[in-house]
Design a protein around this ligand. Structure first.
Ligand code: ADP
Ligand code: MG
Length: 581
């Protein structure tokens, strides 16, 4: 046979990747056709050995799209060969529709260099190791974002809510995620939650040294449980550093849609979004995540919660809760809910105030002496405004009541160093080092349970550098700290995981139904922000206060119903860590 192919050039230099491995293999499907396979630090190139002109039958797989590679023995005992399979998830054009989405491609080769099965297996393992290591080194690069990696092998505790979304999270897990985790050699333990707050209790009590990451497969509600469970622990400061991961299995998959968007990928939904987030999880890059503390001042017990996504009142909060009954349609429940609520559009009265981000930045450069040192408390509930006589306390578990005193007004997160080492060089070393190698937290977060240095008690007027909104009639108030409000609504297109900002939106009463509908339609592409709608206001803030006038109503935090009443919130930059890219 006249075989034509690109000769392997083992001495590429000057910016072109050198070939690290070269081999000629057949596949599982056919031993008749041979392939020339070469590996560089960036690509795996597969070329069919044929008489056709060279280059025609060449396919190049970027290791950036690879989640792993495994070597294995054949099922057939008489076969002396061994195999290696590399698993890629490149963006490919969708069948029968426009746009691209990550789609799985397996490249499996049979190694049969000689008649010794052991030597063949060793050769297959050498390829699998080289491809896996190469793919681990090929990371996505985004300007201004610095990553660390989860441990390899990474042990994952995966929490799954079987009732989330259309009730298919478990079958989506077995249909997609299980295989991806196997391909990426990620050992995991699956816990299917049995009731609401099961995951919250579990992570509150768990021995976190057993896990390198906590991954939830559900909507945003289950992650809200996990974040708050971690913050309720005695060792909250270390616990909240555990890398978190999210796989969309719910109907409100806003954080999953946000991390997909931050990765620079075209919008996708449903199972394509799951594959995309599964891919990011397998790549295992960890970045910082802002959390916002939310203080609910309502009787009988004031509460303090931590939120990673949103705080909503008015139209959006009502749709969140009312659309529960359309859960069977999955993510489309918000579209249905929006249309229903539009038909009965109403006005919500209350008082809104916020600390603009620029004002907070200016204040943080002042040399004010802190007025609110950390106090001693082991719960995440806000102590009463009248019971805060504490001077400085060195208690690692104390926190400064936001409702009681005002601190240096330092911008939270401002001193966080955005570079950190891969603290997981080895499993055991990582656990010992976890505390030491962590980047320094901002001073305000280092003492107490993330004290709210920007807030004053709800029964006191907001500080003078806050903006008090003159209007008191609203259609909605929405505070976002991620880009997406749902899979297909980009409410805060400029938001990032760790910008230390709350993107506050409010819509003033007087907007027509048609204009409001147009805004929601524009939100699919994030275009509402530039729509010059006089009723829509967008402000980048660090803290806010909302005091609804009505006795009854709905407020949601991360899509979850919380106690109704006056509420204030402050962003804590980079408090948690998230697997994303
Ligand atoms: P969805 O996006 O579909 O609403 P979520 O993850 O937000 O999915 O979960 C919805 C609600 O279900 C949340 O309030 C969460 O706390 C709660 N939950 C979690 N596990 C369970 C369970 N096993 N049974 C019932 N509710 C649960
Ligand atoms: Mg943000």
């Amino acid at each position: 046979m006249d075989e034509k192919r690109d000769e392997p050039n083992l001495s590429y230099r000057n910016g072109i990747s050198q070939i690290q491995l070269y081999g000629e293999f057949t596949t599982k499907a056919s031993r008749k056709v041979r392939y020339a396979v070469s590996l560089t630090e960036r690509d795996l190139t597969v070329q069919k050995i044929t008489s056709a002109p060279a280059g025609r039958s060449k396919v190049v797989f970027n290791l950036r799209d690879c989640v792993g590679c495994r070597a294995f023995k054949p099922d057939d005992n008489t076969d002396v060969g061994a195999y290696f399979s590399a698993y890629f998830y490149p963006f490919k054009k969708r069948w029968m529709s426009s746009g691209v989405a990550r789609q799985r491609t397996e490249q499996c080769f049979r190694v049969a260099s000689g008649l010794d099965p052991h030597l063949n297996l060793e050769e297959a393992q050498r390829w699998a190791r080289a491809i896996s290591e190469g793919s681990a080194h090929q990371r996505p690069q985004r300007n201004g974002v610095v990553y660390s990696e989860v441990c390899r092998p990474c042990k994952v505790l995966l929490l799954l809510n079987p009732h989330s979304g259309k009730g298919q999270a478990l079958s989506l897990f077995t249909g997609h995620v299980q295989r991806m985790l196997h391909e990426a050699s990620i050992p995991h333990t699956l816990v299917v939650t049995e009731r609401q707050n099961h995951a919250r209790e579990l992570v509150r009590e768990a021995d976190l040294t057993k896990w390198d990451a906590l991954v939830i497969m559900s909507g945003d509600g289950l992650l809200f449980e996990v974040v708050n469970g971690l913050m309720e622990r005695e060792d909250w400061e270390e616990a909240i550093q555990t890398p978190l991961g999210i796989l969309p299995g719910g109907s409100g998959n806003a954080l999953a849609a946000s991390i997909h968007h931050y990765a620079g990928s075209q919008p996708v939904s449903s199972e394509e979004l799951l594959v995309s987030c599964g891919f990011l999880l397998c790549k295992g890059l960890v970045t910082r995540l802002d959390l916002t503390s939310v203080c609910l001042g309502s009787a009988p017990q004031p509460q303090r919660l931590f939120s990673f996504l949103s705080l909503a009142w008015g139209f959006v909060a009502d749709v969140d809760i009312e659309s529960e009954k359309y859960r069977h349609v999955g993510a489309a429940r918000f579209t249905v809910g929006t249309l229903v609520r539009l038909a009965s559009l109403r006005v919500y009265q209350g008082k809104l105030a916020y600390l603009p981000a620029e004002a907070a930045a200016a204040a943080s450069t002042s040399t004010d002496t802190p007025l609110c040192p950390a106090s001693s408390s082991t719960t995440s509930e806000v102590p009463s405004a009248h019971t805060h006589p504490h001077p400085t306390s060195s208690s690692p578990h104390g926190f400064c009541s936001s409702l009681v005193c005002r601190s240096s007004r330092a911008s939270p997160g401002q001193n966080v160093t955005h570079t950190f080492h891969n603290y997981c060089n080895s499993n055991n070393a990582s656990k010992a080092k976890r505390g030491r190698d962590r980047p320094p937290l901002a001073p305000a977060l280092g003492r107490g349970r993330a004290p709210d240095s920007l807030l004053v008690p709800l029964d006191q007027p907001v500080p003078s550098d806050w903006t008090v909104v003159p209007e008191e009639d609203f259609v909605l108030v929405l505070a976002m700290y991620q880009s997406h409000l749902s899979e297909d609504l980009q409410a805060a297109p400029d938001s990032t995981l760790e910008d230390g900002l709350i993107h506050l939106f409010y819509i003033k009463a007087g907007i027509s139904r048609a204009t409001l509908l147009r805004l929601f339609l524009a939100m699919e592409k994030g275009a509402h922000v530039d729509a010059s709608c006089p009723h829509l206001v967008h402000a980048k803030v660090r803290a806010l206060r909302l005091e609804p006038y009505s006795a009854k109503g709905t407020i949601t935090v991360d899509g979850e119903l919380v106690d109704y009443g006056p509420v204030q919130a402050q962003v804590h930059g980079s408090l948690a860590r998230l697997i994303a890219s």
